[in-house]
Design a protein around this ligand. Sequence first.
Ligand SMILES: NC(=O)c1ccc[n+]([C@@H]2O[C@H](COP(=O)([O-])OP(=O)(O)OC[C@H]3O[C@@H](n4cnc5c(N)ncnc54)[C@H](OP(=O)(O)O)[C@@H]3O)[C@@H](O)[C@H]2O)c1
Length: 301
Amino acid sequence: MRAVRYHEYGGPDVLRLEDAPAPEAGPGQVRIAVGASAVNRMDIKLRSGAMASTPLAHPRIPGLDAAGVVDQVGAGVTGVQVGDRVFGAGSATLAELAVLETFAPVPEGLSLVQAAALPTVAETAGRVLSLLPGDPGAVLVVDGAAGGVGTILVQLARRRGLTVVGTASPAKHDVLRHLGALPTTYGPGLVDRVRALVDHVDGAADLAGEGSAGELVTLTRDSARVVTIADFSGATEAVVTDGSDGRSWATMTEVADLVAAGELELLVDTELDWSQAAEAHRRCESGHATGKVVLTLSDTW
Ligand SMILES: NC(=O)c1ccc[n+]([C@@H]2O[C@H](COP(=O)([O-])OP(=O)(O)OC[C@H]3O[C@@H](n4cnc5c(N)ncnc54)[C@H](OP(=O)(O)O)[C@@H]3O)[C@@H](O)[C@H]2O)c1
């Protein structure tokens, strides 16, 4: 099969489209002919070597999320057949064939690009919300609200009746308003800007990891009411979640159904052919995408 791979850690230009061995679906897994594969910030961290202590031993295919058509069903899998359109999460998804470990049928009305965009960010948004005060009327601050995780999290919180203050650069404040959040800018002075918008804060999500956790704890007056997915520095006692504490995969299908029904907006910042994988990684790596970056495998369709 053809796949995008890298042979050493580095910048986006280490990505190459080349031949690679096809994977096999193991127990509980499916293999799909990939139609679309999303780029996540984790793909960037893995490709750059930021998470590695030794050189890469074997060529690696990036990609955690994908959507496509099942072409092989692993032992013990029920309810899914060869030919079904599915989406989900696995590894090495930027390839003609990829194995998914967590998957679900693509709802009617959802494109493969939309479906591929969802798994990691929807799961993360659901997980973060499950760790925060969720009673209708509660007030949340979401730092980093215009990204892949933030745009989903804001909308889920609004659907549950919460008030949301979201941060983004000024050019994106209309986007945040459209999603139902009260916008403000990120960076130092957040406490005063938020207090100018709401009279109290019940919970806060740090989705950017850019040092706001301390101000978020000041706003909530309780570190247990601040959840971070991106600040692992331990500088505050905010709750850190990386998925090892449990996953919220049910949110993946919940969000997919809502998008298919037109009740939740999925923002795709950039859609490119997979031959432009390096450009897609550059866009994601910029840290300024509005929603998701997705690659399509048009030559396999
Ligand atoms: N722990 C976990 O389980 C988990 C899971 C998923 C993701 N993550 C991590 O969470 C982070 C966010 O993921 P994502 O997919 O949402 O990323 P993303 O889509 O790349 O986020 C981009 C957004 O971040 C905003 N941003 C940039 N600098 C900011 C700052 N200083 N303060 C606040 N917002 C800022 C940008 O807004 P502007 O363009 O307006 O600047 C942009 O809209 C990443 O570091 C990712 O690795 C962790």
